[in-house]
Design a protein around this ligand. Structure first.
Ligand code: FA5
Length: 354
């Protein structure tokens, strides 16, 4: 493999990126570009295959260069996506003819209406407490991105293209091909890359959206707290201990919890944390859909492919991740029986009248 072959792929890629900038930029075009440079039939894939035919002296440096090029392509595509989203938001703002600088009405009626607003939503009240528990454990806090690309939501998390597991997330899609994120795991690879190298201790809070059959414990919009801990020698025991310590601190009372095996493509092994329903104490009632238990978090040891995608060597480091459903734990802690009350905008609920 000639060095010039690698630099000519880079040159061609950079030229294609330049061509895309401006009006021809779209999510589909970026996705096509990414596929044509990193997909199975790409020149890059061919060069990676050729690595095996090189002698051992040449293989190391050539492999390094190819990885640098792969990262360059990935980062440039990500940057293009961010540019596109910003550009689109600006254009949409310009199209609106609402005067955002208009002053508040100050009539007597409007002031009365303002004063009669309710209390803050339990989610806003509890989120601060939740984040501060993780802060005292030494985690850095980040906010999740709500509208994202399939790459961060699925591909970067070890979901093969068109794999049926994607359907478990019931994701929506916008006309531009973006996805209102169905889980905060879309931040995993991004945040690990942000730290550059372990230790990574991060907690990410955000809203999630799913095309869900809504019921007492399922909202179409809900919140998750994602957690990541990567370092040398991190174990399953660390994972269980951390989540258990959090749940005990959050509930401020003894809770009965259990774990059971589960499958998520981005962890191995995967588990689910269940909390015994505080309303029926495990007997079964309407609030726990008669199972006696509520699933409050998915978790597991981060899959080596995900660590690799984030530029972390899985032979050197291990880590765990979790995705905790905030709303369900808030229901249980505050004795609220139906998740829909959190988002119904019923002023009587916010005033604690119902
Ligand atoms: C996930 O979303 C994974 N991303 C979690 C994860 C992260 C696993 C990191 C491993 C490592 P799941 O779909 O089970 O998994 O959702 C996680 C939690 O979010 C659930 O336990 C539940 O508490 C909450 N949740 C899921 N769907 C809803 C919904 N429609 N309404 C309210 N809460 C929900």
């Amino acid at each position: 493999m000639e060095k010039s072959e690698i630099s000519s792929v880079k040159k061609q890629f950079d030229a294609d990126v330049k061509k895309l900038a401006g009006d021809s930029l779209s999510i589909e075009a970026i996705s096509l570009l990414r596929n044509s440079y990193t997909g199975k039939d790409s020149q890059l894939a061919k060069l990676f295959k050729e690595l095996g035919t090189l002698d051992s002296k040449e293989r190391g440096p050539a492999g390094k260069e190819l990885n640098v090029l792969k990262q360059h392509i990935e980062e440039s595509c990500q940057l293009l996506e961010e540019q596109y989203i910003q550009h689109k938001a600006m254009v949409d703002d310009e199209k609106q003819d609402i005067d955002l600088t208009a002053p508040f009405a100050t009539t007597k009626e409007s002031l009365e209406r303002l004063q009669s607003q309710g209390a803050s939503n339990p989610v806003s009240e509890e989120v601060e407490k939740m984040l501060s528990i993780f802060r005292t454990m030494g985690f850095h806090i980040f906010e999740a991105r709500e509208l994202d690309t399939e790459y961060f939501i699925f591909d970067s998390l070890n979901f093969p293209p068109n794999h049926p597991a994607r359907e478990n997330w019931d994701a929506f899609k916008t006309a531009e091909g973006l996805v209102p994120t169905p889980h905060t795991s879309n931040m995993q690879v991004r945040v690990m890359r942000y730290f550059k190298k372990p230790p990574v201790r991060a907690v990410i809070y955000g809203r999630c959206f799913r095309n869900e059959a809504v019921d007492v414990v399922h909202g179409h919009t809900f919140h998750q707290i994602e957690g990541l801990y990567v370092d040398k020698g991190v174990s399953v025991a660390d994972m269980i201990g951390t989540i258990k310590a959090y749940l005990e601190a959050f509930f401020e009372q003894e809770i009965v919890w259990r774990i059971q095996p589960s499958f998520f493509p981005f962890v191995e092994p995967g588990i689910e944390f269940m909390v015994r329903c505080i309303f029926c104490k495990g007997v079964g009632c309407g609030s726990c859909k008669h199972s006696g238990w509520l699933e409050v978090a998915g978790a597991g040891m981060i899959h080596p492919n995900v660590l690799r995608e984030a530029g972390i060597d899985p032979d050197e480091y291990t880590g765990f991740a979790w995705g905790l459903g905030l709303d369900r734990t808030i229901l249980q802690k505050n004795g609220i029986k139906d998740i829909r009350s959190l988002f119904a905008s019923d002023i009587r609920f916010l005033r604690h009248d119902v």
